[in-house]
Design a protein around this ligand. Structure first.
Ligand SMILES: [Zn+2]
Length: 392
């Protein structure tokens, strides 16, 4: 389809583009319209001044917002861990060790099996409003399996992340230094052409701070942007390392010291919170209020993965953030859109202004508040992705 498309009669439009303090953090506009041309926002303003267009969608006075930007997901895997989830819900603690179960299943799977899972989950996420989605490797942990994971991820998104340092695979259990050498050397060389980012799981039981620094520094030298998993299961030096390396994002941030909060607040590193992980591991949630009050930039993402957070739903994460992490509905909606874009260092998504990508969600609701107020309800009536209406 080509030509221009006008989305008219939007009762409340979240733009995330503030013109002044009065707009609030979401840059709200009332009774608005938005014109799409060639996949981009070509105009937006009061509905009464809306220009003519080839086609028109009547939002019927409903709310609309930018598509969600899910900046943290692990979609390339095989098998599921429903049994492990059930065991956890009967009282067994989460340790991260189950990752190895998925590694074994992923290595054993053929390309088409992995591809169909990625497609299914990407489509599932899009139906729930995620118009931008990052995804990682990290269940292959051999040169060949990491490369094919990234290749398959790249069929679904440009935001691909090399996570060879997810855990030390069993065959290197007694010699983690050798595995770090493999990740920094042959694996990174093979993976870098297929990745935009590099990530490390910097946590007790995964990679310590020296290994994490070595791997992330090699990734930077290979031209990749830095992000990391840190401070999920306990306090540690990961957040400080992320800030030191100008990581785009440190993800999880569940256990933070005052110095960690201060470091994040004084940096361009986003704190990405993944409340689906705490929900699914029955763990204490991160304190978003503390980060926001200190002035840190907060993003929300799903962490979609088969072990610790098997949800692809950003609206679910928004509802959890408001209910469990003391975010206001406006802060949570911002974090799930503009915050995710910051975590990917993007300025063309997560925002609606002239020139931005025309990723728009029209709700079956009069206000963005309903995303948290009506948890678990499929509130997204229509989705524009790159300006193209999706079949719902
Ligand atoms: Zn993760």
């Amino acid at each position: 389809m080509s030509g221009s498309l006008l989305v008219d009669n939007i009762g409340e439009l979240v733009t995330n583009a503030r013109r002044g303090e009065a707009d609030g953090p979401l840059g709200l506009r009332r009774n608005a319209a938005l014109l799409v041309e060639a996949g981009r926002v070509a105009w937006l303003g009061p509905a009464r001044y809306a220009p003519a267009a080839d086609r028109r969608i009547d939002a019927g006075g409903a709310a609309a917002l930018p598509g969600f930007v899910d900046s943290h997901a692990h979609l390339v895997f095989a098998g599921d861990r429903a049994t492990e989830f059930a065991a956890r819900m009967s009282g067994q603690p989460y340790t991260g060790g189950g990752i190895r179960t998925t590694v074994a299943a992923t290595r054993a799977a053929d390309d088409d099996t992995l591809r169909s899972t990625v497609r299914r989950l990407r489509a599932e996420a899009l139906r729930q409003g995620s118009t931008t989605m990052e995804t990682k490797s990290g269940y292959g942990l051999t040169v060949a399996d990491e490369v094919r994971s990234l290749r398959i991820a790249g069929e679904a998104t440009d935001e691909t992340t090399f996570l060879g340092a997810h855990v030390v695979p069993p065959e290197y259990a007694d010699r983690p230094d050798d595995y770090v050498g493999l990740v920094c050397g042959p694996m990174l060389r093979a993976a870098a052409p297929h990745a935009k980012w590099i990530d490390v799981f910097c946590e007790r039981g995964a990679f310590d701070v020296d290994h994490a620094r070595a791997i992330l520094t090699c990734g930077q030298a290979a031209g990749l942007g830095v992000r990391l998993h840190a401070n999920q299961l306990g306090p540690g030096p990961g957040v400080q390392l992320g800030v030191e390396l100008d990581a785009a994002s440190v993800d999880h941030c569940t256990h933070l010291s005052d110095a960690d909060v201060e470091a994040l607040a004084g940096s361009d590193t986003v704190a990405t919170l993944l409340p689906g992980a705490e929900f699914s591991t029955r763990s204490p949630y991160p304190d978003a209020r503390r980060l926001l009050d200190a002035g840190a930039t907060v993003a929300l993402a799903t962490d979609c993965n088969p072990g610790s957070s098997y949800t692809s739903s950003m609206p679910f994460c928004v509802a959890l953030a408001v209910r469990e992490m003391r975010m206001t509905p406006a802060e949570a909606v911002w974090a799930a859109t503009a915050g995710g874009a910051r975590a990917l260092r993007r300025d063309d998504v997560g925002v609606l202004r002239v020139g931005a990508r025309a990723d728009l969600l029209i709700l079956d609701a009069p206000s963005h508040l309903h995303l948290a107020y009506r948890p678990g309800v499929p509130l997204i009536r229509q989705i524009l992705h790159n300006g193209v209406p999706q079949c719902q």
